[in-house]
Design a protein around this ligand. Structure first.
Ligand code: C2E
Ligand code: CA
Ligand code: CA
Length: 600
């Protein structure tokens, strides 16, 4: 009836109550504010009440929010969906200015005020502004608010009527791939939420899509997306639905109850289709796909958010495992992933609270000829109420993945230099070693940090030794080369750590020119139990000495081992036999207080 009246323009001037509106304005007269607007001959007349009802009728048909702002009575009415999304008290509210001041993203407030002032001062009749509102989580959401100003007989603005749409909202379909987007998937899952979902989802990602875009241009990238979508489309079976999710990712949903074998077969079929396309395209570009597979029955909470989150994890795992393969979701793996993420979160918090929980431990290094303590290696420890003590072999890789090793490494460096200065008061030629991660070398200006700390503590650069693990590929990296050269120029010593554990290559030694090689504990252990390995270690010591380098053997635990190692003539020894890593005060007590005393 209302819509009929609106269209016909025959609404009478009658008194109507406005729902949910503050006491003082419980009833208000119908206004004929649409006078002179739009319709040629018949003057369209509607009132706030009618408009509010109209909003309610139309709201389910649209994603946007219709609104009417009664400026003279200070009432704002908006589509009901807005109150679930934004920081507003309800779909109708008074004290509009005050409510808006809490709703509008603070930085955008002056812009909105300026525009509304122009409306008030008759400077404009159309409000059209892109700015941000805060959603219920307090996050900024871009909106475009458009509205027609309706003035009263005196020409004062009486109503602002229009529509608000979210300009950052995801598209429902994607014109590049010709597929429905993740919003479509959301609807599919929502429509099915009465019963439990059966079947699987396969989330597919193009390996190295960024490089395709970079090397061939965006248009070519779009073509690849389109072709990949077609290949997947050609491989799917009846009842399976295909969506394009974020950027270079697609998702096939099978709600028909097919099992994981079918998911794997589908992945293989898609691969074949793609290879055919690559061949027909004369190998102009070669690429592969990775996929995360998940059985819907494995989901406790079968919500859209969970499907997206867990398939993203599964796809990322497939990529991390080396791309061009699928990974099937596994709850235990996900739990490990979450606990690693939690650990990173805890360590990040610790970094931001003055490294609380991190500790520097020191392990003695002994000069085998003088039989005296000549240095120490700095080894990080981490402890937290929630996690307890965690081993460096567990947390160092997490620090590296999250790049937190950059600040933590600088912190450890400073602890090392500070400790060295203190120990040198008792042992003047004492040297401190500190481990560096290749992340620090490649992604930060660690050389400048080293020189700054050394200068600040007035430590002789030759008293600091940085330990780098040989990796077999980094040595050719120019940044790595420059770093090693820089160290040498400034007189800071370099040790090649874990030598003999992996890619040991004597060729790199001349490029990096370290002063010391450190033999890994695993090598020492083998040499203790195997004649061949023992002879190999002996030759390694000789070779190292032939090229004028020093050698430190790690992992010596017993007197018997010490004797055996001593016979092959290394320069330094580090191991539990002389001491486990410990905090500085224990180190001072156990190893430094009686300087000059032989410890062998
Ligand atoms: P790494 O650099 O090879 O350090 C030597 C490791 O061997 C230390 O393990 C030390 O406690 C252990 N060790 C020394 N002597 C013996 C022995 O006689 N027997 C046995 N069983 N173990 C011995 P830790 O402290 O657990 O550190 C493990 C690794 O974590 C280090 O291996 C190093 O790669 C890394 N790490 C520790 N602190 C740092 C740091 O500050 N920065 C970086 N980037 N890595 C660090
Ligand atoms: Ca080391
Ligand atoms: Ca080592």
């Amino acid at each position: 009836m209302i819509i009929y009246n609106l269209i016909k323009g025959h609404i009478d001037r009658t008194e109507f109550p406005v729902r949910n509106v503050q006491a003082g304005v419980k009833k208000r007269q119908f206004k004929t504010w649409f006078e002179g607007y739009a319709m040629e001959n018949s003057k369209l007349k509607i009132a706030t009440e009618q408009f509010v009802s109209l909003i309610e009728v139309l709201a389910p048909c649209m994603d946007d929010y219709l609104y009417i702002y009664d400026m003279q009575n200070d009432i704002y009415c908006i589509s009901p969906g807005a109150k679930e999304r934004f920081l507003i008290p309800g779909a109708q509210f008074n004290n509009v200015n005050e409510t808006l001041s809490k709703l509008v993203y603070p930085a955008d407030w002056p812009v909105l005020m300026e525009d509304l002032n122009q409306v008030q001062n008759n400077k404009k009749n159309f409000h059209n502004l892109e700015y941000r509102w805060l959603n219920r989580e307090g996050k900024a959401v871009w909106i475009n608010c458009r509205g027609q100003v309706i003035r009263d007989e005196e020409g004062n603005p009486e109503f602002l009527v229009g529509c608000i749409n979210e300009i950052g909202r995801r598209q429902k379909a994607d014109n590049i791939s010709g597929l429905r987007s993740e919003v479509g998937l959301f609807q599919e899952i929502k429509d099915k939420d009465e019963g439990r979902l059966k079947g699987f989802v396969l989330r597919i990602g193009i390996d190295g899509f960024k490089e395709i875009n970079e090397n061939h241009g965006m248009d070519y990238g779009d073509m690849i997306l389109q072709k990949t979508a077609q290949c997947i489309g050609a491989a799917i079976l009846p009842g399976q639905k295909l969506f394009r999710v974020v950027s270079d990712q697609f998702l096939v949903a099978d709600f028909t109850g097919r099992d994981l074998e079918e998911a794997k077969n589908l992945y293989i079929r898609i691969g074949r289709e793609l290879n055919r396309f690559i061949q027909n395209n004369l190998y102009e570009v070669f690429y592969t796909i990775s996929a995360g597979i998940m059985a819907l029955e494995d989901l406790t909470d079968q919500s859209y958010a969970d499907v997206m989150k867990l398939t993203e994890f599964s796809l990322n795992t497939a990529k991390e495992q080396g791309r061009n393969q699928y990974y099937i979701y596994n709850e235990e793996d996900y739990a490990t992933f979450c606990s690693r993420r939690r650990m990173v979160h805890i360590m990040r918090k610790s970094v931001n609270s003055k490294f609380e929980g991190f500790e520097a431990y020191f392990q003695p290094i002994v000069d085998i000829r003088s039989k005296r303590l000549c240095g120490a290696e700095t080894l990080l420890r981490f402890h937290n109420e929630e996690t307890g003590y965690i081993s460096p072999s567990e947390f160092i890789p997490l620090l590296e993945e999250s790049a937190l090793i950059i600040p933590v490494g600088v912190w450890a460096l400073e602890q090392a230099v500070k400790a060295c200065c203190e120990i040198r008061r008792s042992i003047p030629d004492f040297r401190i070693s500190v481990n560096l991660s290749y992340i620090q070398v490649l992604k930060s200006d660690i050389l400048a940090e080293i020189l700054e700390v050394v200068n600040r503590y007035k430590l002789e650069p030759g008293s600091l030794m940085v330990e780098l693990t040989e990796s077999g590929f980094l040595e050719d990296n120019p940044k790595f080369g420059r770093f090693c050269e820089g160290l040498k120029k400034k007189g800071v010593l370099l040790a090649l750590d874990d030598f003999g554990s992996g890619y040991s290559n004597f060729r790199y030694l001349s490029n990096l020119s370290p002063s010391t090689l450190k033999i890994d504990r695993t090598f020492t252990e083998k040499a203790m139990n195997n004649e061949y390995e023992y002879n190999l270690l002996r030759h390694m010591v000789d070779m190292t000495h032939n090229i004028d380098l020093k050698l430190c053997i790690e992992g010596v635990e017993t007197e018997e081992e010490l004797e055996k190692i001593r016979r092959i003539g290394p320069d330094y020894i580090q191991g539990y036999y002389f001491g486990k890593p410990c905090p500085l005060n224990s180190f001072m007590e156990s190893h430094v207080v009686l300087p000059g005393l032989s410890i062998m």
